[in-house]
Design a protein around this ligand. Structure first.
Ligand code: ADP
Length: 461
């Protein structure tokens, strides 16, 4: 299924590339067609100009002829004026036409013939007009000669030949103009179709990309959920194991405590020198056995019900107990411990055993982190927050948190230790959350890590 969708995407990408390439070609073709349209239309305009100029010359010749005749017959100045005007305009009109048809040899040749005929005819007309008043006979003779010479017909024929030639050119140029119009329209249509096709394929590709991204995101979420479920399942198993373990350990621990008390009683009346020291040791051992039982009992309750038993406790005592327990393990290694507990933040509303457990975990982690460090410096401090919570900090001068772990530090089963379980910090977070507080780790300015957590403060009892 996934393979087929990849193939479709591949085809669509090729199609889009091809459509875009064709769009480029069509755009170039359209630009070329538009240039053709412009050229052809200017040719059509040019031919119309030539035709207009030829017609103008024809009109001027006619005007000169009729002016001459009118003047000859009536001697009215108006006719002569019309003749003079036409005569003056003709050379300019012929020059203008000669310039316009400069690119056409055949028309130039035709115009040269027409021009000489017009010049000859104008010379005749001039003489007729000049002689009209004094020598009518000679004027009429010249007129007769003009009829015989067929000059006017030659002019008309020449202009008519030029007109026909231009009309033929006009037809061809109009055809070219229409053809280029049609081509441009066809190319523009193709371009529109190609642009639409490109848009459709592009939209398809974008949608496909989005679908794949969505699919990817949901796959990732599914994987995350599976991992979370796995963790939850492992935590559940651990919970059950702890509950079973707590049940199993409770009786031997109670037995140990009883034996220790029995042994103490047996030593009660002993006069041995060391008896007093042994009694003390037995008292402490019994106390710790009972404490172990209590820890297990609380853990069992916590795992099975997730509840905490909160009471007003002294923070300095909890810290002292946790420190003493943790330092038993590190007794052969020198550690400089500095305590800085805010005297105004002594009372806390907590489950004592759980907070002891939490501090024990943090202190033990700090000691383990400083294993290869000299000197080892452990700092525990507390301060009151504005919201009534109390912030406790456990700081060390170890190597700091492994950057690979930083984001998932409080997730269960995250460990860098070969013998570690990776549940300590996750348990710490559970305990702090159950107390309505928060926990975080941050690097120390001079190296090492500081774990800060908040727990609810209480009024002195
Ligand atoms: P564990 O101690 O069994 O590994 P934790 O949940 O207590 O499990 O700790 C998880 C990991 O966090 C440790 O393996 C360690 O890499 C890191 N860590 C915890 N505390 C510190 C600390 N004070 N300094 C450096 N790294 C620490």
């Amino acid at each position: 299924m996934r393979l087929r969708s990849h193939t479709a995407t591949g085809w669509a990408a090729w199609l889009l590339a091809a459509a875009l390439a064709m769009c480029v070609v069509a755009t170039v073709a359209l630009a070329y067609s538009l240039m053709q349209i412009r050229d052809n239309s200017s040719w059509v305009r040019h031919t119309n100009d030539v035709l207009r100029l030829i017609a103008g010359i024809e009109r001027a010749v006619l005007q000169a002829e009729s002016g001459e005749r009118g003047y000859l017959l009536t001697h009215v100045g108006e006719y002569r004026e019309a003749y003079e005007n036409a005569k003056a305009a003709l050379p300019h009109a012929i020059d203008e036409l000669a310039t316009v048809i400069g690119d056409n040899d055949e028309q130039q040749h035709n115009l040269a013939t027409v021009r000489s005929s017009i010049e000859m005819r104008l010379a005749q007309l001039q003489r007729v007009v000049e002689l009209a008043q004094d020598d009518l006979q000679t004027s009429l003779a010249i007129l007769e000669q003009a009829r015989v010479d067929l000059l006017t017909q030659r002019i008309e024929q020449g202009l008519s030949t030029m007109t026909k030639l231009e009309q033929a050119l006009l037809k061809e140029r109009q055809r070219n103009f229409e053809r280029s119009n049609f081509t441009a329209a066809a190319v523009a249509t193709c371009l529109v179709i190609l642009a639409l096709a490109s848009g459709c394929v592009g939209a398809f590709l974008i949608e496909r990309q989005r679908t794949m991204a969505r699919q990817q995101a949901s796959d990732n979420r599914l994987r995350e959920l599976q991992t979370e479920l796995l963790h939850v399942a492992r935590l559940g198993t651990m919970g059950e194991m702890s509950a079973a373990l707590a049940h199993e350990l409770n009786q031997p621990l109670a037995a140990i405590a009883n034996y220790l008390k029995g042994s103490r009683r047996l030593l009660q009346d002993s006069s041995d020198k060391s008896a007093e020291r042994i009694r003390n040791a037995l008292d402490k051992a019994a106390e710790q056995a009972l404490r172990a039982g209590e820890v297990i009992q609380r853990l069992r309750q916590f795992v099975s019900r997730g509840e905490t038993e909160k009471s007003n406790e002294r923070l300095d005592r909890i810290v002292d107990d946790a420190l003493a327990l943790a330092l038993v393990v590190a007794k052969d290694r020198a550690v400089a411990v500095s305590l800085s507990l805010d005297p105004s933040a002594q009372h806390v509303l907590v489950d004592k055993v759980q907070i002891q457990q939490l501090l024990l975990n943090l202190i033990r982690n700090a000691l383990e982190a400083m294993e290869h460090q000299t000197p080892r410096e452990l700092k525990i401090s507390s301060t009151r927050c504005d919201d009534g919570m109390i912030e406790v900090t456990v700081a060390d001068n170890g190597p700091g948190i492994d950057p690979e772990l930083a984001d998932r530090l409080f997730l269960p089963f995250m460990t860098t230790k070969s013998t570690g379980m990776g549940v300590g910090l996750s348990l710490c977070r559970t305990i702090v959350t159950a107390h309505g507080g928060g926990i975080q780790a941050e690097p120390q300015p001079g190296g090492g890590t500081a774990f800060r957590f908040t727990i609810p403060g209480a009024a002195p009892s």
